[in-house]
Design a binder for this molecule. Structure first.
Ligand code: AQP
Length: 334
């Protein structure tokens, strides 16, 4: 029997992924390649929804791909590719844009958050239509599941709505995907503002833990993470958001249930606990950083792996688009 299919993407919007990207998404991608037909893409078309330097985009796209392989994706078992290499993404996005209501698109909260930085009228139309391109990314591959963090829930609902609308209007074409979100790691928060999500674009340098960062700064940031005036290591999201975030991180990285951690650090204060969190983070990041550096030292090979991924992805995408074009009523090209 065919394996269920999984698809997800990550933006090349920084010179490194952060701990939230890793725990909320990439780690699950690695696990799911064992049981699913896995498609993972570096979504460079999404990255240009905000102003981007060409040289930086090129560099960050390779760094993103290298990190995915370094984190454990295997080019044989997973189809790893760059979104812009498969032209069908933009083609399907246009068709879905024509099925989306203005009000519906306007309700996407991520646009409101991200455009707040430029002012809504200065934000690009691309940023506004971003969730529809994301719907195209997913529907194109007939994905059954989409492993993401909590911030993507609303976009997945839109994806399902658009898939369903197309199926209803033009005939059954798309698989409707389910979100795959692990509650324990769905939102890793900023170390300096522990109620906000850790984010490439909006966290301050002190609030974000980058996978490719050196051990010294990483350790310092964790030791300086905002906590509270208490001394007890307890999981209490409302009153102790900083400590709760660190507990979530420590639990996920060491596969130890939170109650066990709370019992372990009883009476020990925050210092000892933070030191251990730092060790767990460093131990996880060091091998990924080393493998990433190695992969980046051979760009030709990295580009070759991505070309193989793009060809495999395009085979599926072309098949879906052939059906879509016909159902919409576009004439065949002879
Ligand atoms: N803090 C987080 N906790 C858990 N999961 C997270 N993800 C992002 N931040 C957290 C998940 O990582 C995947 C890839 O994210 P993305 O690069 O596509 O963009 P994003 O969600 O918008 O993340 P950032 O860091 O905030 O990037 P920028 O600043 O470029 O927009 C997604 O599955 C996401 O849920």
């Amino acid at each position: 029997m065919a394996r269920p299919r999984v698809l997800s993407g990550i933006q090349p919007t920084a010179d490194s992924f952060h701990l939230g990207n890793y725990l909320g998404a990439v780690r699950q991608w690695v696990t799911l390649q064992e049981t699913h037909d896995a498609f993972y893409c570096v979504v460079d078309l999404h990255a240009i929804t905000v102003p981007t330097e060409p040289a930086a985009l090129r560099r960050r796209s390779r760094v993103a791909a290298a990190q995915l392989f370094a984190a454990g994706l295997d080019a044989e078992r997973s189809t790893v590719f760059v979104q812009s290499h498969v032209r069908e993404h933009t083609e399907l996005a246009w068709i879905l844009i024509c099925l989306t209501g203005m009000g519906e698109a306007g309700r996407m909260t991520q646009f409101k958050d991200k455009s707040a930085k430029f002012g809504e009228s200065a934000a690009s139309v691309g940023l506004f239509t971003y969730p529809i391109l994301q719907a195209a990314d997913i529907l194109l591959y007939q994905a059954n599941a989409v492993p993401v963090g909590a911030d993507q829930k609303q976009h997945l609902e839109l994806t399902r709505d658009l898939g369903q609308r197309f199926n209803h209007r033009f005939g059954d074409t798309f698989t409707l995907p389910e979100p795959y979100i692990l509650k324990e790691v769905e939102k890793i928060t900023d170390l300096q503002d522990p109620t906000a999500k850790m984010s490439k674009s909006s966290s301050s340098p002190a609030g974000i833990l980058d996978v490719l960062e050196q051990p010294g700064p990483l350790r310092k940031k964790i030791m300086r993470a905002v906590t509270d005036t208490g001394t007890e290591v307890l999981f209490d999201e409302e009153n102790k958001p900083g400590i709760s975030n660190l507990l979530r991180i420590q639990s996920a990285l060491t596969a130890t249930p939170i109650p066990e951690l709370v019992a372990r650090y009883e009476g020990q204060g925050y210092g000892t606990f933070k030191k251990d969190v730092a060790e767990a983070v460093l131990e996880t990041f060091a091998p990924i950083r080393e493998r990433t550096e190695k992969l980046l030292s051979d760009e030709k090979e990295l580009d070759r792996l991505l070309a193989v991924g793009a060809e495999r992805a395009a085979t599926v995408a072309r098949q879906t688009m052939a059906a879509v074009r016909d159902r919409v009523g576009f004439l065949p090209t002879l």
